[in-house]
Design a protein around this ligand. Sequence first.
Ligand code: NAG
Ligand code: NAG
Ligand code: NAG
Ligand code: NAG
Ligand code: NAG
Ligand code: NAG
Ligand code: NAG
Ligand code: NAG
Ligand code: NAG
Ligand code: NAG
Length: 476
Amino acid sequence: MIGQVLALASIASTASVVGAVAIDSKFLENDISKIGTQRDIYKFLYGSAPYFSYPVNNSLSFDIPETCELVQIHLYARHGERYPTPGATANGINNVWYKFGNYTEKFNGSLAFLNGDYQYPFDNSSNYGLLTTPDNVANPYNPSLGSSTGSKEALEFYERYSEILEKHPNFTIWTSNSNRVHATSQYFSKALGDKFHINLQTISEDASQGPNSLTPINGCANYNGSLASNYTSKYDKTYLKDISGRLNAENPGLNVTSTDAYNLFNWCAFENNMRGYSDICDIFTIEELVKYSYYGDLLTYYNEFVGNPLSKVVGSVPAQATLKILNTPENELDQQAFISFTHDTNILNYLAALGLFSDNKPLTAEYIDWTTDFHRSWLVQEGARIQTQKYNCKSSNGTSTSYVRFIVNDVVKPMTGCSNGPGFSCPLTEYTSYLNKRLEGVDYVKQCGSTKVSNITDLTFYWDYKTHPYDAPLHV
Ligand SMILES: *[C@@H]1O[C@H](CO)[C@@H](O)[C@H](O)[C@H]1NC(C)=O
Ligand SMILES: *[C@@H]1O[C@H](CO)[C@@H](O)[C@H](O)[C@H]1NC(C)=O
Ligand SMILES: *[C@@H]1O[C@H](CO)[C@@H](O)[C@H](O)[C@H]1NC(C)=O
Ligand SMILES: *[C@@H]1O[C@H](CO)[C@@H](O)[C@H](O)[C@H]1NC(C)=O
Ligand SMILES: *[C@@H]1O[C@H](CO)[C@@H](O)[C@H](O)[C@H]1NC(C)=O
Ligand SMILES: *[C@@H]1O[C@H](CO)[C@@H](O)[C@H](O)[C@H]1NC(C)=O
Ligand SMILES: *[C@@H]1O[C@H](CO)[C@@H](O)[C@H](O)[C@H]1NC(C)=O
Ligand SMILES: *[C@@H]1O[C@H](CO)[C@@H](O)[C@H](O)[C@H]1NC(C)=O
Ligand SMILES: *[C@@H]1O[C@H](CO)[C@@H](O)[C@H](O)[C@H]1NC(C)=O
Ligand SMILES: *[C@@H]1O[C@H](CO)[C@@H](O)[C@H](O)[C@H]1NC(C)=O
């Protein structure tokens, strides 16, 4: 009772913030005091929960060092918070919900909240795969909607990089043609405001684009995205039985299985993306969350990251394009901020090519590797963002040198073996030789067998959009 009074009082005090947004009656069932209280567990949720900064900061500031001038900024960003995708993810969650729906007893223990007026958040399949926005959730007060994350990211980007943006107020942004990716680029663009004229290029995700896309994995015909099974099959999954066993003991006859327990982690994550909290998350112990998290790391390491021999090959496409721009004199560029929106997998491939994380340290399935710096959800959570800064610094003898530095989810990530520059950056010449050496012998067209699906052999969209505009129709 007291909780309800407080909740209503808070609605009244925040009503002006959302202005014209109509309050869905479903909203009255939300306990807004819980919004954001589960942030601490987002780092265990496979990257499916709302955005958070990379958890290890080392106190490094991402400010450009004082003696230096920023001359290029590259942003490679994932879409914001979203609904579960149609297919396995949504079906898995729905199957548990149906089981709950067929249970005729009163719920007990950690599921007792289902006895109240709980509103299932994934009942409308038209929303599957879409960015969460005030138009499609029952809770517009959730600050971690995909729309808000896209807008906030733009405002933070502007705060840090306004000078370089304002040099070219008419500029281009690139996005894939997935609805949620495109929507994120639009929230980002709108939030930058009227002083910019943004020309959005929408590039098809179709395999026929080969390497000329923000999703080059789709044109990589030889890519085997199921290499992890050899490892995940060896991973101890007792924690799932513990969860289902506990729920069944509390609720005799509910028949929750290990698969259901696994799907409950998705329910927890995605409900946070639209409601801002999920009572389902309270089912898990921290140990179970840690075990689930490492399982996701194993799956990702061998399917999408450096444990898969073709991930680096696919990631070489954006890595080499960015390198080419970094080595282009600024007076030959039409803009100095290069902003591109895509998906988690594509960012993982890109990071595999760059070699910023866990390059020579394959993950083991035998036990949890506490020393690895590869954590899927720290790198490609909803709203993930990888920035490359290029800055010129004057040394004491008056000469100017160019440096590059990576910012991963708001935190400086110095390169292993090359961080002697100002702000722990790497001289551009050294970075260039490093990456060329790392990608020596890498050949997307040949190794991917992309000619089976496409006759395009290069990424050209950063350069040829003026003569060949990209305007692919959107899909989910
Ligand atoms: C990291 O630390 C620096 C310096 O203390 C601070 O300026 C910055 O905001 C921190 N970043 C994050 C994401 O916490
Ligand atoms: C009971 O289970 C069936 C089959 O999974 C499902 O179609 C149905 O919607 C469930 N009933 C409820 C009330 O959830
Ligand atoms: C659990 O299994 C039993 C035995 O097969 C069945 O009678 C019962 O309906 C099942 N419960 C639910 C919630 O599906
Ligand atoms: C309800 O769950 C608690 C643990 O949360 C358990 O001790 C109790 O036996 C359960 N009651 C029933 C009727 O199953
Ligand atoms: C289901 O979602 C779609 C897409 O967001 C929306 O247009 C439609 O009104 C929703 N339907 C219901 C019954 O809420
Ligand atoms: C912005 O640039 C594009 C091409 O880069 C050009 O077609 C368009 O006319 C320009 N718009 C304005 C308002 O200058
Ligand atoms: C992908 O790799 C797995 C594991 O090695 C193997 O079982 C499967 O057959 C491969 N798929 C293809 C299409 O080659
Ligand atoms: C499967 O993993 C084992 C090590 O656990 C390795 O020896 C073997 O080569 C792997 N097989 C494939 C197809 O990757
Ligand atoms: C100036 O200093 C830079 C950095 O210390 C050094 O690499 C460069 O060789 C120097 N140039 C001259 C002309 O001394
Ligand atoms: C190859 O390019 C031609 C046009 O140059 C196009 O008509 C054809 O569909 C392309 N083939 C594939 C497999 O993309």
